[in-house]
Write a protein that binds this ligand. Structure first.
Ligand code: GSH
Length: 228
């Protein structure tokens, strides 16, 4: 199997945590994609994923699977023990629900703020971020508020449960963790009084699959290098 991505970016990091959780790293060939140079917006990449984003998984039969959730579901089910996406109908539904909230209310909100209200990934990509839409920056700033509200929601959830979807580490935790990683890079700070969210983050950061995943470079390093 091959994964087209760029190490250190939040959505690729989700899959690298999954690979470490499932012990699948040895089966993967990583193919780097030049996000800064907008390689993912060119025809060759769009044929793999019309959405023009990474990561993309290529199966040995040539099938391309995009979307971190779909890739996670595929990898999690390979060994017949889908611990990250749910083993029972109830687990699957709760994890799916919380994952979706993490994506919509945190990770994607941060991403929208980063791409539309800050210099984002730099000049090459700006043309692909609808700069002509008047009010886009204002919308981007509202996405920052949305991400902060998402943090407050997950802080409340984690006051009552050890993990985002209940008692066990799951795909929903991975999405929240990636959202916070992206928030760091975008300069959105977890509010001081969100003790449960901060404690959960410190705990998850120490999990072997998170700590030892491949591609440790954080988005913040990239941003600093770019001078954003
Ligand atoms: N919904 C997608 C989101 C993927 C995504 O936004 N990936 C980012 C990297 S973290 C990307 O490719 N960004 C490039 C861009 O937006 O131009 C998924 O779950 O895989």
């Amino acid at each position: 199997m091959r994964i087209f991505d760029r190490p250190g970016f939040p959505n690729p990091a989700r899959i690298r945590i999954v690979l470490a959780e499932k012990g699948l790293d040895p089966l993967i060939e990583f193919v780097p994609v030049d996000l800064i140079g907008a390689e993912h917006k060119q025809t060759a990449f769009l044929e793999k994923n019309p959405s023009g984003v990474v990561p993309v998984l290529q199966l040995d039969d040539g099938t391309y699977i995009a979307e971190a959730t779909a890739i996670t579901e595929y990898l999690d089910n390979l060994d017949g023990d889908p611990k990250l996406t749910g083993r029972t109908p109830r687990e699957k539904a709760v994890i799916h629900m919380m994952q979706r909230r993490a994506e919509a209310d945190l990770l994607d909100a941060v991403g929208n703020y980063f791409h539309h209200a800050t210099p984002g990934l730099g000049a090459e990509l700006q043309a692909f971020k609808s700069p002509e839409w008047a009010g886009r920056q204002e919308w981007g700033h509202r996405q920052r508020d949305k991400a902060l509200a998402g943090m407050t929601y997950f802080d409340t959830v984690l006051q009552n449960h050890p993990f985002v979807a209940g008692d066990a580490f799951s795909m929903a935790d991975i999405t929240v963790f990636a959202g916070l990683m992206f928030a760091d890079a975008a300069g959105i700070v977890i509010p001081e009084d969100h003790f449960a969210l901060r404690a959960w983050r410190a705990k998850v950061a120490e999990l072997p699959s998170v700590k030892n995943r491949s591609g440790q470079m954080f988005v913040a390093d990239d941003l600093r290098r770019l001078g954003c």
